[in-house]
Design a protein around this ligand. Sequence first.
Ligand code: PEP
Ligand code: MN
Length: 377
Amino acid sequence: MAPSASGRVRVGINLENMENNKEMRTWLNDFNLTHPLVIAGPCSAETEEQVLKIAHELKNSDVSIFRAGIWKPRTRPGGFEGVGEIGLKWLVKAKKETGLLMGTEVATAAHCKLALEYDIDVLWVGARTTANPFAVQEIADTLAGTDKIVLIKNPVNPDMALWLGGVERLHAAGIKKLGVIHRGFSTYEKTKYRNIPEWQIAIDLQNKFPDLPLIIDPSHITGNREMILEVTQEALNLNYDGMIIETHTDPDNAWSDAAQQVTPDALKQIFKDLRVRKQDDESDEYTQKMKKLRANIDVLDTNLLDLLGKRMKVADEIGQVKKDANVAVLQNTRWNEILGKMILEGEKRGLTEEFVLRMFKAIHQESIGHQEKIVNV
Ligand code: PEP
Ligand code: MN
């Protein structure tokens, strides 16, 4: 037992409480949707007219929750930092006029208090905030026991434990309507994404906590409206429960995140183009086809392991030859030659350069490990 920052005693905080906890998705089921949950609205609330205009264009669509940032965490000072409390009044008005639920980002105890005061339905913790356990704890303590929906974005760095730690803090504070938002991770080098998805982290999280609602944020992953459909589709293929998509009636002139926002019409087109897949199919035809294909995969996987085993045996022999000749294990020129050749060969077989690189790096590491064992005896 350890006292929390607020002095309350918290008991039995552990992730096991969250495994197999069907209660976590009750709020999502309560929407009674036949499609994934949709949260949409501008990156930032700018003016009352802007908020109302966008909300009106989104009502009577697949959108259930309207989003708008009121307090904006900006990387550098001097940018637009959000309209503050007055924006909450606009959200209240938008809800009254459209019936949409309202959502906004909270980062401090003061934000949480105001959001509760204005009865905002959905609160989310931003990526920069999730990276700071003190801030998340402050939010959890302020929201303790709330029946509002609280969503937590992944931290800016690809650290699943930190992300889960955030969920755990909220869960331990008695918040029942929880979910996570996958918004991608920062990288130093430039990629085609604004924040790389690192799908494996979200897949691992989903495997561990299948009942924790998982929402894709393609806007902050891509940073580019042209890629929103593709990334959202990828998430739906992976069984995500919903999406949060930044939507603005005049995206190019938005006060923040202009390049990634779509118009309400473009959003509706995205809904038409998305293919929602069933989680499974019980039909005989499907089961038969899958059985055959999976048997095929099982054979291939065994072959892969056989081949890798054989490859390591050859590596052992090489290790012995290097030991006898007293030559270093790591031979960079040879290694780079292999990589170059394999990338080209991989391309011919429809394998991406990224995959071939990753796979061969792993094989090479294992190979070096084998050789070192031999050389060092
Ligand atoms: C946002 O949703 O507008 C936002 C600031 O997102 P993130 O926390 O993912 O950067
Ligand atoms: Mn944004």
